[in-house]
Design a protein around this ligand. Structure first.
Ligand SMILES: [Zn+2]
Length: 237
C-alpha cells in the first residue's frame, strides 16, 4: 500500500513510521528499503484484501495521475460490509482499477458487481499480447464514429476472451499515449473491434466526472493511425 493512517491522516511511508490500515485497522509498518518503492505493509502476514495486487511501477505511475485523496480508497458494500481498496475512486464515485495480472472472467464479474460504477485499465504488455494486438496495424478503420479498428486475435493468450464480456469499459494499455477500448469480440472468428482513446483524454474525463469520450475527429484519427504504425510491428514468433 502507498498509504496508511497515522493519527487518522492518510500518510506516505517514512523510515520507522507505524500506522494503521484504513480498511482492517490493523498495524502497518513503513517499508523503506533501497530496492522496492517505499510502501506500507501489514505487520502480520495476513493480508486484509485478497483482491489487492502487488504494486508494480505501472500501478504507481497510473495512480500518480490522480489526486492523492482518490487513491487507495476503501470501498464498502453497504449491505454486506465487504471492503476492498479501489485503486482510484473519483469524486464522482467512479472506480478505476488497474489490472496487471490476468484475471478470470468469474473473478472480473465479482469485482464489477462490487464496484458497480467502474472502468478497467488493463496492462497489455504481458507476454506477446502487444505484438499480436498490433499485428494488422496497417488496416483502415472499420467504423469512424467513433473511430474503431478491427483486429484478428491470433494469439493463444486469453486477453480478449477474458475481457470482452465485461459490462463496464475496458481499456488496454500498451504503455503508449493511446489506450485501446475493447468493443465487440467474437471468440469464434476471433475478430474484435477496438477504439483508440488518448490517455490524457481518459484521465481528463475521470477528473471531471464525465463519461469517457471516444475519438471522432480527423485529427484524432491521424494521431491514432500514426501510433498504430509506430513501433509495434515486430513478428511475434
Ligand atoms: Zn488491512
Amino acid at each position: 500500500m502507498r498509504f496508511a493512517l497515522v493519527d487518522g491522516t492518510k500518510t506516505d511511508p517514512q523510515p520507522g513510521l507505524r500506522g494503521t490500515c484504513p480498511s482492517c485497522e490493523s498495524a502497518m509498518i513503513a517499508k523503506c528499503g533501497r530496492v522496492v518503492a517505499w510502501h506500507w505493509a501489514h505487520k502480520s502476514s495476513r493480508h486484509c484484501d485478497r483482491w489487492w495486487e502487488s504494486e508494480t511501477d505501472w500501478h504507481r505511475e497510473w495512480k500518480a495521475r490522480f489526486p492523492r485523496a482518490w487513491r487507495e480508497v476503501v470501498h464498502v458494500d453497504d449491505r454486506t460490509g465487504e471492503r476492498h481498496f479501489a485503486d482510484v475512486k473519483t469524486a464522482a464515485n467512479l472506480v478505476v482499477e488497474f489490472q496487471h495480472s490476468p484475471i478470470k472472467p468469474e473473478e472480473r464479474r465479482v469485482r464489477e458487481a462490487f464496484y458497480k460504477e467502474m472502468i478497467w485499465i488493463v496492462d497489455g504488455t504481458r507476454g506477446l499480447d502487444k505484438s499480436y494486438f498490433f499485428l494488422d496495424s496497417s488496416q483502415e478503420p472499420v467504423v469512424r464514429k467513433p473511430l474503431g479498428y478491427a483486429i484478428r486475435w491470433w494469439s493463444r493468450s486469453r486477453l480478449l476472451h477474458n475481457w470482452y464480456e465485461s459490462r463496464v469499459p475496458v481499456f488496454f494499455d500498451f504503455r503508449e499515449d493511446t489506450l485501446w477500448r475493447l468493443g465487440q469480440f467474437n471468440p469464434e472468428t476471433k475478430i474484435a473491434v477496438v477504439y483508440p482513446v488518448p490517455v490524457e483524454l481518459v484521465v481528463e474525463d475521470c477528473m471531471h466526472g464525465r463519461a469517457i469520450r471516444a475519438v471522432y475527429t480527423e485529427q484524432g484519427e491521424a494521431k491514432a493511425i500514426s501510433e498504430k504504425n509506430g513501433g509495434s510491428r515486430s513478428d511475434p514468433k
